[in-house]
Design a protein around this ligand. Structure first.
Ligand code: ZN
Length: 358
């Protein structure tokens, strides 16, 4: 038997693979290997083009043997700003350049009044993905703190107050996504790795407000960012041991979040930090998105074996460190296949162990 007795929503095999979220877009839809790349199509052509790209991203994951599939974030320009731009109270033409993640400058929308969600943002896209596959699907939304950190607030003038407003809005969207058949809703919170005091004061609490009453599984993704220069330069300043997770794990362990998605491969995160969240399901990043070098299956397997010392096998989900939007299609495909092959190696080892014990 390869299935485990877990959530009735997802009858899954041991070590089910998934990605953190984004995949490269086709070059006819947007300039590849870039963030915030403008669309190349307009009007109905853009609507159709996004759906076609979503189908391709799904196929790419299926061909690589990925178990929990996503939309590859093909319908959004950016994982945070696209969601924010669909809200009222936000002026997305009045963009401001601000420093985000305490690290690099980005052109972001401005909050000019009370924020609300006039209509669903991604629900139609999720229904479309659901109609294309019977595999478990995961849908990523930005987390409240990361949203607050990716805009210019000219109205609330309080990061915490605005985060609570976003948490309510995210909860509305998440409930509709769950009703559309999404199995796991993931909130992306790279800001959790930067603003520890805020995470512990209100960041995790806002996240719990965002998942309140959800019928599906929930995840939070906390990483060291896309493989762009600003992030790789920042990583060089973090020293030989990256202990950021240590600041936030105790609070996360006590939270209602089901799954924590982390950057592990090629990072300087001491893997034993995972002990601090033992009991949670962990998406273990076993693919480096900041390098074009494609991991060998054995490298992936090694990272997973290291994590297995601190994560029970039925709670380990092999994953990528972060999104792969800025990579080339060829590199991303190679990395997806390596992830599957590496997970296969360890899955077989575990099954062999189980059969020798019984
Ligand atoms: Zn990430």
């Amino acid at each position: 038997m390869t299935t485990f007795n877990q959530s009735p929503l997802i009858q899954k095999k041991l070590l089910p693979t998934s990605t953190a979220g984004s995949l490269p877009k086709p070059s006819w839809l947007a300039e590849p290997e870039a963030l915030w790349s403008p669309w190349k199509l307009e009007d109905q052509e853009l609507v159709d083009g996004k759906q076609d790209a979503l189908s391709i991203a799904l196929h790419q994951q299926q061909q690589a043997g990925i178990d929990i599939v996503s939309d590859g974030e093909q319908t959004r320009q950016h994982f945070v700003t696209t969601f924010i731009e669909h809200l009222s109270g936000v002026d997305f033409e009045n963009r401001q350049t601000v420093k985000i993640r305490d690290r690099y400058e980005a052109s972001v929308p401005t909050v000019v009044g009370e924020v609300s969600r006039p209509k669903a943002v991604f629900v139609e896209d999720a229904k479309f993905l659901r109609s294309q596959t019977k595999q478990p699907i995961k849908w990523a939304l930005p987390g409240p703190m990361t949203m607050v950190d990716t805009l210019f607030d000219d109205h609330y003038k309080s990061r915490e107050q605005l985060a609570w407003e976003f948490a309510k809005i995210l909860n509305q969207e998440a409930k509709e996504l769950a009703a559309a058949g999404v199995d796991i809703i993931q909130f992306d919170e790279p800001a959790f790795n930067v603003f520890f005091d805020e995470v512990n004061d209100w960041g995790v609490a806002c996240l719990e407000r965002a998942i309140e009453g959800l019928a599906c599984e929930t995840a939070v993704h906390i990483c060291y960012g896309y493989g762009i220069k600003a992030n790789t330069d920042w990583k060089k300043t973090l020293g030989s041991e990256w202990r950021q997770y240590q600041e936030i794990f105790p609070k996360l362990k006590k939270s209602n979040i089901d799954i924590i998605s982390l950057e592990c491969h090629n990072s300087h995160v001491p893997i034993e930090l995972l002990e601090l969240v033992r009991g949670k399901k962990i998406m273990v990043g076993a693919i480096d998105v900041a390098s074009n070098a494609i991991e060998t299956p054995e490298e992936v397997a090694n990272t997973l074996r290291g994590a297995l010392k601190y994560v029970d096998a039925d709670k380990l989900y092999p994953c990528t460190n972060c999104g792969m939007a800025p990579l080339s299609r060829q590199v991303a495909t190679g990395k997806l296949k390596a992830l599957s092959a590496g997970a296969d190696i360890v899955r077989n080892e575990l099954l062999l162990q189980a059969s020798t014990i019984s």
